[in-house]
Design a binder for this molecule. Sequence first.
Ligand code: G16
Length: 567
Amino acid sequence: SMMAEQHSLLLNSARLFPLPHGMIFSYGTAGFRADGSKLLSTVFRAGVLAALRSLRTGSTVGLMITASHNPIGDNGIKIADPDGGMMTQDWEPSAEALANAPDPQSFVELVFSFAKEEGISLGGERSAEILLGRDTRPTGEALLQAAKQGIEAIVGSVALDMGVVTTPQLHWMVRRKNMGVRTSENDYFMQLSESFRCLMNLCPKGIETNGSIDSRLIVDGANGVGGDKLEQLKKLLLGLNIQVRNSSKHGQGILNEGVGADYVQKGRVSPCCFGPKDIGLRCASFDGDADRLVYFRISEANSNSIDLVDGDKILSLFALFMKEQLQILNKSDSQGLNDVLISRVGVVQTAYANGASTDYLKKLGLEVAVTPTGVKYLHKKAAEYDIGFYFEANGHGTILFSEDFLIKLQGKSNDLAFSNAGSESHKAALRLLAVSKLINQAVGDALSGLLLVEAVLQYMGWSLQNWIELYDDLPSRQLKVKVADRSAVITTNAETQVLQPYGLQEAIDFETGKYHRGRCFVRPSGTEDIIRVYAEASSQEAADSLARSVSHHVDRFLGFKTPHHLT
Ligand code: G16
């Protein structure tokens, strides 16, 4: 029977990918991550899961092989749901159970029982479709083949290999595929470059720039896929003078080593190949799979240090711009020209958001929500608004537009084109529509984020200096602490409070109380085997010292009790 055929296909395929000895795989902040050479079984099984997800939803899903900001030897999996967002959290426990099933037989049993639970008929008529992509890691090709075999182990499933792409490109393709529109990489580049051009054309003429806008922009590609894609995209862009450094094509540096958004943002240092010659220039940095973006400037005083423009400040720039466009539109309403365009606008941040950014956003009159770390949480919250902004301080974020709002906005734009073409309110409507096309609706995207930043700076007539001065960051410090078992830390309240181990929170409170504007929290990373410590205070020395003393407490509570790790 079909069922028996399915069973033996799955079992025979699973036998080709034995579970590595002594490993436990956990579904972290953004999917599975581990040493790339240990992931064949996990990726094979994730392929099976992706096929089940596609069958369950009757739509195309995506599977991306990447470990993003992690070192080159690591690899991992991100699964994209039909809307292009991260796989539903409801399925994470099953993903984990499947990844850890001890042998092929029990894996197959789990697949069948899970399929039954979810009402998925195996060996049936329905066929699954999965888009596969990978970043530039050396283990990527072999893992992609394993994923493919996992997908093909479910009868009737088709895997389409998109090749080496950025994570946001793959998510974008999945989303578009399910909307029934064109999904090639070229379509992606066309959509970005066209909406960018549209925004640039809508910049006020005769802007007072004081010659402060420099069209030069230098981008650090983290020695990864993002730099290569930007090289391709930039050929379609007018009005920007982009120089890409650390693109993987140049073949010099190692992925994420001394380069990339995580390195720049966490360490507040310039990436490799940037130095005194770049002082004063606008610089940006992507992470390894180009879903994070930060800006920076080499400091005049010390060319090793930088002035960082993090995700919070990108968010603030976007929020300011968008609010202005909405105000222009709503002003035209008060003159009774059109129907009122009501919109619920909200901002989503995490505990890592600099306190000064949150103050700024609230002063703009925006509602600010806080979620735990991880795009999967922020994205979900942001989708509750008509216009939902979300950004993590590390540079991962985007702006989401609700379907309802876009329909209203399009209608309004059409009305204005008829009654008041070329008016300020008409332009504002066109700008908002262009932003909704430029900025990735599936997930944070360094390429589209970069183009939006550039278009907004141009619109405002702002230099990097003007942007930096939007507000002053509170001094902060991030540290990592290696511990015996990071899962021993359990947090609550969007990760701002520690529940376990008992007594740690009290110690953090005690330290924090010593500093003016002190704020500090700790949490286990979901992508690295460490505890992260974040501290903020009114001076850099204070933030550093708070982070250091709390790190000592973390080590005291959770560090290696015996010196076995030294032997
Ligand atoms: C992933 C997630 C991000 C998260 C980051 C760090 O980023 O997509 O939302 O901020 O991990 O997570 P953690 O602090 O748990 O290690 P990426 O760029 O590595 O995919």
